[in-house]
Design a protein. Structure first.
Length: 266
């Protein structure tokens, strides 16, 4: 008779399954973050450089036309009530009402500035890009709070720094963080550990589904959907012509509204 009895013969199988799921999860998280932080950002940069300026002008003209139309309504309301028309007061009302439009215009300028900045930044070589992804996946597997719910606050902060470094293509910082990390060991065989692994497997299964769903969502929404447009020169040109048409239409409206306001103020 021997004391070396394996109480849970499926323990090692379960342990291997959990480890494989952790690895798969780290790969999916890399894919998701690559989509969010690199691919979609590159798409936005390309879109802003190719179409951003004309899109901004078209939206700016639209906002100006809407503001003039609203100005006509306010002037007419004053006339209907036989009140004195003070244009400075009307402009203050318009500033308030159109603040959200101005905010969107400012955000568009910020996007253009970011795109110009990214276009001038240093580009990693293919080898450096591969190393960046490899190091980031290693760090994700070792420090991501979803994969390792028991990490310390300091480790969580370190992971946040790794995410920021990945966003910025900061290979040097990722190299340092990767040197500091190691995989969280799985529990050794005993009754509680078997239960723990079973629960961990279920948790990881749910997490894998969530990450896959988030990847599909990114691929089906803006900015990623602009990828097809930018890859087709004809579609890009069609979009430019559409924006130029919109700009012309609102420019004509601006001229019409300004003339009507001059007539109303006589």
């Amino acid at each position: 008779m021997t004391d070396n009895v394996i109480v849970f013969p499926d323990f090692e199988k379960l342990k291997n399954e959990v480890e494989k799921m952790r690895t798969e999860l780290s790969m999916l998280m890399l894919e998701r973050d690559e989509l969010q932080f690199v691919i979609c950002q590159n798409i936005e940069t390309e879109y802003m450089l190719k179409l951003g300026s004309i899109e901004y002008k078209a939206y700016e003209a639209q906002c100006a036309a809407l503001r003039l139309k609203r100005k006509m309504e306010l002037i007419q309301a004053k006339k209907n009530r036989q009140e004195k028309i003070i244009l400075s007061d009307i402009e203050e009302v318009l500033d308030t009402e159109f603040a959200k439009y101005q905010k969107l215009l400012d955000e568009q300028i910020d996007k253009m500035n970011d795109a110009l900045k990214r276009s001038k930044s240093d580009v990693l070589s293919d080898e450096e890009s591969k190393e960046l992804k490899k190091l980031y996946r290693k760090i994700v597997k070792a420090l991501h709070p979803d994969i390792n719910p028991d990490i310390s606050k300091a480790q969580a902060n370190l992971f946040d720094q790794a995410v920021q470094a990945y966003k910025n293509g900061d290979l040097g910082t990722l190299r340092i963080i990767a040197e500091m990390t190691g995989n969280t060991p799985l529990p050794e065989q005993h009754k509680d550990a078997f239960t723990q692994l079973t629960e961990e497997k279920e948790r990881l299964q749910n997490l894998l589904k969530s990450i896959r769903d988030s990847i599909e969502k990114i691929k089906s929404t803006y900015l990623y959907t602009m990828k097809e447009l930018l890859e087709d020169e004809n579609k890009t040109e069609q979009k430019r012509q559409e924006l130029e048409r919109i700009l012309r239409e609102y420019t004509e409206l601006i001229s019409i509204y300004k003339s009507k306001i001059e007539e109303m103020m006589r």
